[in-house]
Design a binder for this molecule. Structure first.
Ligand SMILES: [Zn+2]
Ligand SMILES: [Zn+2]
Length: 499
């Protein structure tokens, strides 16, 4: 509550004075305005005694000096009352002092020997935020639990939060929670404040959480020595080993303490817990999959069926995760995001999952590459490697034979651009060679941007050779040898394949 700091005398602004005098008059007329209404099961009312004394001031009620004297001895609540009504009786305010209150400066009149907090509490008896100052001492001594409402104080011997109180606080809060006390969202992380005396939960999800401290707001108008006892703060989060959708977790003690002290807000609290849980999860090393706020436990199959991405990405992911010891927590549902998340630790395993040790070797250190590009490159290398491994190797081929063999191998890897780059049309002078090259271009691409370089006869001959080029591109093993032979024959070349 407010740390009251004396700021020294000030000339009193008229309006402030007038308001304080008005409230002082209210209390002069009816001291019962200060008496809390009991909603608990207090065996006897702890306010009877001070209020008996307050009523006994009736006989000096019109004597400002005597009231000021009465404000200098005895019960503190009685002193505060006497000091306050003496203002009305004397008709003026000697001077206003200023105290710092969270978010504002509070002016109050100094009279008698009374703690400033109690003076403020009495002089602002109609302000639910300042009024509690008057009651703190007694509540502490008698272990009471008081609730400060717009309309007045309620008293209980133990925590018993009234509906009205909760409603007023929620009005003040930035939240608009439903009937069930929830913002209505589940998922990424949810702050839960359980009010035990109401057996009721307030739930605010990460997206709805504001830079406000709801717990602090909830206790802001409660006067009780153990004000926190009525509240349990938890954060629901999706991180958990094993089965189950969502885990409700105790907030780690250190984080909870900072939240209770109002050093962090709702949003920061949720983030701090999520970060902590995510870290724990990674450290524990047991497989668990969390995606888009949903916890799949260690159910890799369900997890994989909800992951979106190319077959290769999914296959790489599945293979790496099937090890069963790698937890994965991601925001979205893209396999690429998952691979990115795993990349720094498992790049080589991911490449190996979609290729071969030979390709991994050929790729070198991939950990600093972009995962998407590295995957594409690995797939291309692997495909080429497989295709080429399947083909016969020729050591001695003639001009047409080696050209057709080279182009077929490039075309087999499916890269028309490389094929086009590889053909140096200018160096190809021979009619047959040019037609063979053109046949491969036509067989592997529909792009006709380089066809202008060819004569009508070359084009016609290439159209005929196209089928043989296609056969070579398709063929594997021994059939490739046959296809190459057929191409040589069709092109009219006299070259023979080495036997
Ligand atoms: Zn009571
Ligand atoms: Zn929400």
């Amino acid at each position: 509550m407010a740390k009251v700091r004396f700021r020294g005398a000030k000339h009193s602004p008229k309006k402030l004075e007038k308001d304080i005098l008005e409230r002082s008059k209210d209390l002069w007329e009816d001291p019962e305005l200060l008496r809390p209404v009991c909603i608990g099961s207090c065996r006897r009312c702890h306010f009877d005694k001070p209020f008996k004394k307050i009523h006994s001031l009736d006989r000096i009620k019109d004597d400002a000096d005597k009231l000021v004297k009465a404000a200098s001895r005895g019960d503190n609540m009685v002193r505060a009352y006497a000091a306050t009504i003496s203002l009305y009786v004397s008709g003026k305010i000697p001077y206003l002092a200023t105290a710092r209150f969270p978010g504002e400066e509070v002016s109050f009149a100094v009279r008698g020997k009374v703690g400033q907090d109690k003076l403020i509490g009495a002089q602002y008896y109609d302000d639910p935020n300042k009024r509690p100052l008057l009651y703190m001492e007694l509540a502490k001594k008698r272990r009471l639990c008081l609730y400060s409402l717009e309309e007045g104080m309620l008293c209980s011997d133990k925590p018993k939060m009234p509906e009205e109180y909760l409603q007023e606080i929620m009005e003040e809060s930035p939240y608009n929670l439903g009937e069930d006390g929830s913002c209505g969202h589940e998922g990424k992380g949810t702050l839960i404040i359980h009010i035990q005396s109401r057996d009721e939960q307030l739930r605010v999800c990460r997206d709805c959480a504001e830079k406000t401290n709801l717990l602090h707001l909830l206790v802001s108008r409660i006067v009780s020595p153990q004000v926190m006892d009525d509240f349990q703060v938890r954060v629901e989060h999706p991180y958990k080993s094993g089965d189950g959708d969502i885990t409700e977790a105790q907030v780690p003690a250190e984080i909870l303490e900072r939240y209770k002290r109002n050093q962090i807000n709702d949003r920061e609290l949720i983030d701090a817990v999520l970060k902590e849980k995510k870290r724990n999860l990674k450290e524990c090393g047991s497989a668990v999959y969390v995606m888009e706020g949903r916890n799949y436990g260690c159910d890799l199959e369900s997890f994989m069926s909800d992951v979106r991405g190319s077959e290769e990405e999914k296959s790489a992911l599945q293979t790496v995760l099937s090890d069963g010891s790698i937890p994965l927590v991601m925001e979205g549902n893209r396999a690429s995001e998952a691979l990115q998340e795993l990349w720094s630790d498992y790049a080589t395993d991911i490449i190996l999952a979609i290729s071969s040790p030979e390709t991994v070797e050929a790729m070198g250190d991939v950990s600093r590459q972009n995962p998407g590009q590295a995957l594409q490159e690995a797939l291309f290398k692997e495909r080429s490697r497989k295709i080429l491994a399947n083909l016969p190797n020729y050591s001695r081929l003639g001009e047409i034979g080696s050209l057709a063999d080279r182009l077929a191998r490039i075309a087999k890897t499916g890269d028309a651009a490389t094929l086009r780059r590889d053909i140096e049309f200018k160096s190809l002078r021979d009619f047959k060679a040019r037609s063979v090259a053109l046949a491969f271009i036509k067989a592997s691409s529909t792009d006709d941007s380089s066809l202008w370089q060819f004569s009508k006869e070359e084009m016609e001959f290439a159209d005929y050779l196209l089928q043989f080029a296609a056969m070579m591109i398709e063929a594997e093993g021994d059939r490739y040898n046959d296809a190459l032979e057929a191409m040589l024959t069709a092109s009219g070349s006299a070259e023979k394949l080495p036997q």
